[in-house]
Design a protein around this ligand. Sequence first.
Ligand SMILES: O=C(O)[C@H](O)COP(=O)(O)O
Length: 480
Amino acid sequence: MTKFIPIPTPRSGSPHDAVRASRVDAASSASPKALVNRNILAAALEQYKPASDQPFKTEQLRILLLENVSQGAAAQLREAGFHVDHFAKAWSEEELLAGIGHYHAIGIRSKTKLTSKVIKAASKLLVVGCFCIGTNQVDLGAAAESGICVFNSPYANSRSVAELVISQVIALSRQYVDRTNELKQGIWNKVSSGCWEVRGKTLGIVGYGHIGSQLSVLAEAMGMSVLYYDVLPIMPLGQARQVDSLEQLLSSSDFVTLHVPELPETKNMIGAKELAQMRKGAYLLNNARGTVVDLEALAEALNSKHLAGAAVDVYPTEPKGNGAELFTGKELGPFADKLRQCPNLILTPHIGGSTEEAQRMIGIEVGTALFKYLTYGTSINAVQFPEVDLRIPVKPKEGENRQARILHVHKDEPGVLKEINTILSDENTGHFNVSKQYSDSRDGIAYLMADVTDVSEVDIGSIFDRISSTRHNILTRILH
Ligand SMILES: O=C(O)[C@H](O)COP(=O)(O)O
């Protein structure tokens, strides 16, 4: 298996725009159509007092944070000058279609679906921050084609997930969640039959990425043997051993834990056939994605006592926020009612990454990525976007002419760089100096960053107009 983590405003005519941006629909014809994105920082230049660490003003950029992403990130972004709206819940497609057009950046977790339809409606959107590992909730291709860069946090919650899995392994083998539920109903049921130590048992890990490999170390420390299956050959940690097939892993493990991404290849990866291949009395743990296990088949395997227990943290459909009466067949589909009846089944509401530590670290990581992309255009570590960075321009000295950073997302076609550099070196455009330039391309989308110095307000307007009218333009921003 693959690793679980893989593994604005265009010129308004006002001289006071500190950021200019235009976008054309990447799929559209050669004639570029500037979309909304107008007048975002129209008033910013008046307040433009650049510091060496933040030369570009941000006041009128609007960021939407959903799903209760880290309040620390919200505070950090507000402090940096952005307008931030923070909501506890995920938004439905309808809500997104109505609201996303007002925002230049969005921060989500695993539940908000940014479909191609939503992305089309996101006329000002420059960047998406997934404040989690998974990015399957975003149509990554549609985002790239619209010049929208996507970031995630590939590592920060992996320890939290690994610790949850370890706790589930022990809880399942001692059946204490059922014992707790019984005691809460007044039932005293002291049993040892079917309860085991985990020492000496075999943990089978499907997907030996950041979470799977941490788990391997923790499990060995408790005296377990570790097998893993991954589509890539990966060096084992400790005494762990890679096996050649999923079937081999399923038939050799006492506990099977899944750490794979949501992909077409992982959909129902564990169904009735695979459950039958597991040892009688084994346990299944799914903290990866809800589409990976056929939950109705799992319910059968538990009710028939083929499996001795299971832990499930993720579901094919999940409620958008917290509340009563939400984990029901009526709300989510028949699997919910079936699971609620099963013995020795630990059900948790997608809390694998939900710790103070993980959310704080994710908030810093993704919040910083959003800040740097909006403020400087930096796309290093993007999920699906060309990766570009240049040193942060320094504050111009008293009496020095202005500088500008040109950010140009375009289709990766021959001749674009020549065309852009012709514009930048055209005597009629101005007499400024291109001090730095960097370009990268990925899957048909390219991104150029260029810093120009000694550039006048008129030059900036002219550069913006000419670059954003080129045939291959997807999105052009000029920060100054
Ligand atoms: O993708 C992830 O990082 C985990 O599934 C956690 O998702 P969450 O942030 O929506 O809880």
